[in-house]
Every structure is written in C-alpha cells, then in structure tokens.
Design a protein around this ligand. Structure first.
Ligand code: ADP
Length: 328
C-alpha cells in the first residue's frame, strides 16, 4: 500500500494556503488512498525566534484544525513530531549524508536567514539543517508520496537526493519518495502582495486568510485584495498576479478552472465578491467543527497519543536499520 507522509509547522495559525495547497488533499484524497501519516512538525517551529508557550498552543490548535478539516483517525495517523524520537535520531544520520553547500542553496534558507539577520537575530543552525530534519520526517516512514504545496518542492528533491545517496553508500535502506500536489492553488499568494506566498508566519497580515477567520474578516480581506489598474478579467500569473490568485482561489473553492472562470467575469469587483463568498462557505464547516473539537480536549489528546504510538511502531525498526547500515 502507498505510504504517504506530510506535515504542517506550528509557527502560526493555519492559512487558506495550507488548506488549499496541502490539507484539503490530505482529507479528500490521501487518507483514502494509502497508509497516510500526518504530523504537526513542532521541532521545525524552533528554527526561528519562538515563544515556548505559543508553540505548544499552536501545535494543539493545528492538530485540532486538521481534525476539523476532516482528517479521520480511523483512516490516517495524526501525531505531533516531537512525540516520536525517531525524527531527531534519523536527522543526525542524514546530516552525515548531506553537505553544507546543498543546504545553503535552499531558497527558504536564503529568504529566512536574511529576514532573521534584518531583525537583528542570529541565524539558528537549525534553520540551515531544517530540510534535513524534514527529510528524516519523510524517510523514517518509508514514504512513497509527500503531498505538499509548490513551496516545498525543493525540499522534497533534497530528500530524494539524500535517500539515494544513503542507499548507494550503505545499502538499500530508504524508499525514495516523490512530491504530489493539488491541480489548482498549489501556491496561494498573499492577498496584499501577490508576488509572495500566503505564509502563516507573517502575523496578522491583512493579505492572509486564516482558517479560523470569521466570515466578515474573510470577506474584508478578499474584497481588499490587491489587483492592478486594468479592467479586463484574464488569467495571467505573470502580468496580473493578484487577479490570477483570486481566480485560483475561486476555482479551488468551487471546483472550477481558473482560465474558464476568467471568461465568466466582467469586473474585478464581481469576481472578488463571489470569491469572498466561496471562501467563506469553504471554511464555514472547518470553523464550526473546530469549535466542537476545541471543547473536547480529551479527544484530541487521545488521538495524538494513539497516533504517536502508531507512528513510532513504523519508524523505529526503519531507523534502527539505518543506524546499523551506517556502521553503528
Ligand atoms: P507555512 O509556509 O504556512 O509555514 P508549512 O511549512 O507549515 O507552511 O506547510 C504546510 C503545508 O502547506 C505544506 O505542504 C506547504 O507546501 C503548504 N503551503 C504553505 N503555504 C502555502 C501556500 N501559500 N500555497 C500553497 N500551499 C502552501
């Protein structure tokens, strides 16, 4: 059976980008298609300045939101990364497989290290090694498929390189995984700056729709989305990135195709209004279910405890094998 692994970082509140780029596919496709594991990857939240209590709160909220989005513990395994020691154990072996040069080339490292320096903070070593830990997350489960948004493509490529290199040097140990992504909205852009992705760590950004935003907030953010001074509704990501983003959102929320939708609208305003309504309807059930689940913390605890046990059961023998293969 196809083994599937993916994760979400508790570095902020989950966004519409996380939902459309990854989570919705986990719910609608992946958990039904294979043996799927999904993780709140909290170790990854420590790579930049963080507040311990906030990370803990956001981890819990992310797990609750994943359940609210429709992940079903009967169909998949949901757990918190730090509850399973194998991730950190394997990460070290992979650090001994990767080179600093290939990590310094990662786009996210380049962007985030510049931001940390600009904020007058040191660049944590873990920011550089983050993709190695991500490779460990994936390889520890013998993963075949990694359903992620477009921004993670480079990291999955590195994971493949490390798996192949390890296998070549030390004998076949790891499955070489591949990235899968949704057909539409694999890269949701910031509504205020459509040249950069909608990322959860830009706190309180007016251009970011959070899964827990209420209907009025969602409407306001979508209606104020930055477009351009033109009038004609055409789908062109390079020339009209703001408009293309709205068409992508509308298509993803209603099951349509962005190019065809462009032909339907005669004004930017009408497109914005319908997109706002569609996104509100898309998120309504998630928000409602989140409120129910948040009132039952015992249930979420149990899901996460059982999830961690199942995850450990898969990862431990595989990581033990990697330790033996490398000479320990
Ligand atoms: P973030 O960048 O919000 O911190 P994570 O690294 O936690 O996101 O990623 C969780 C999943 O959401 C990944 O599969 C990632 O590719 C996807 N994702 C994140 N932002 C977007 C976006 N703006 N558009 C599409 N997918 C996204």
């Amino acid at each position: 059976m196809t083994r599937i692994f993916s994760g979400v970082k508790p570095t902020g509140h989950l966004t519409l980008g996380n939902y459309l780029g990854a989570v919705r596919r986990w719910v609608e496709v992946d958990q039904h298609q294979g043996e799927a594991l999904f993780s709140v990857v909290d170790l990854h939240a420590l790579t930049v300045e963080h507040d311990p209590a906030r990370v803990r709160r956001l981890s819990r909220q992310a797990a609750t939101l994943l359940l609210a989005s429709g992940l079903d513990p009967e169909l998949c395994t949901l757990f918190v990364q730090s509850h399973v020691d194998e991730h950190a154990r394997l990460s070290y072996l992979l650090e001994c497989t990767a080179t600093d040069g290939e990590l310094r080339r990662m786009i996210q490292y380049k962007e985030k290290s510049v931001r940390a320096r600009e904020a007058g903070q040191g660049v944590r070593l873990s920011l550089l090694t983050y993709p190695v830990l991500m490779a460990a997350d994936i390889l520890a489960y013998g993963t075949d498929e990694v359903p992620v948004g477009e921004d993670q493509t480079q990291h999955v490529e590195l994971t493949r390189d490390l798996a192949l290199r390890f296998n070549q040097r030390y004998g076949h140990t790891f499955t070489v995984p591949r990235a899968t992504r949704p057909a539409v909205a694999a890269r949701v852009m910031d509504l205020q700056d459509p040249t950069s992705k909608m990322g959860k760590s830009h706190e309180n950004g007016a251009g970011i729709v959070y899964l827990l935003d209420d209907a009025d907030t969602v409407r306001r953010k979508v209606m104020r989305a930055v477009t351009d001074s033109g009038r004609e509704v055409v789908y062109d990501r390079d020339v009209k990135p703001g408009l293309a983003n709205l068409l992508d959102l509308m298509a993803a929320a209603t099951g349509g195709n962005p190019e065809e939708l462009a032909g339907v609208y005669e004004s930017y305003g009408a497109l914005k209004k319908d997109t706002a309504d569609a996104v509100v309807e898309l998120l309504r059930p998630v928000r409602e279910r989140h409120a129910e689940l948040a009132a039952d913390p015992g249930y979420v605890d149990r899901v996460l405890r059982e999830g961690a046990e199942r995850a450990r059961g898969i990862a431990r023998p595989l990581v033990d094998r990697a330790y033996r293969a490398i000479g320990l």
